[in-house]
Write a new protein. Structure first.
Length: 157
């Protein structure tokens, strides 16, 4: 094929169109990714139920909806300082009670048993679900990793 001025101009327009489309999509994605404070009533029902069941007597003082590209998360702070992260369905992803123990009902039985048997009375103060299993922080400063079924994987550095 012979490249004519008309073909060259059409090619330039097409490239420019696609470049503009990519820029528009990227800008839209970046603009839509943000943290938005929300009333606790707007949390998923499962998240509200989780707080009521596992943290009786405590209230949600702050809730945030974190919208990222194609996924939504929720972050919650309770009146005692506990921080909880939920996925878009309201299933807990992380519970950080800082210095207080995480409620036993949240910690899988195998992890509770390992901590009781091997960690000299330390309490779980943070539990974080990861793709490979769980990250657990103890009151004595130790950080442990567990497989999804609760088997001990090792210590976190």
């Amino acid at each position: 094929k012979i490249l004519t001025i008309k073909n060259f101009t059409t090619m330039k327009r097409t490239k420019l169109f696609f470049a503009a489309l990519v820029c528009l999509f990227t800008a839209n994605t970046v603009c839509n990714a943000h943290d938005l404070p929300i009333p606790p009533a707007q949390l998923p029902a499962a998240a509200k139920s989780f707080v009521q069941q596992n943290f009786p007597g405590r209230t949600i003082v702050y809730a945030e909806k974190d919208t990222e590209f194609m996924k939504t998360k929720y972050e919650v702070s309770l009146n005692d300082g506990t921080e909880i992260d939920f996925d878009s369905n309201g299933t807990f992803d992380k519970v950080d009670c800082h210095a207080a123990p995480v409620p036993a009902s949240i910690v899988p039985a195998a992890i509770r048993q390992f901590v009781m048997s091997n960690c000299n009375g330390a309490a779980v103060i943070k539990i974080d679900k990861e793709r490979y299993g769980y990250d657990v922080e103890l009151s004595n400063g130790m950080e442990l990793k567990f497989y999804p079924q609760g088997e001990f994987m090792g210590y976190d550095d």
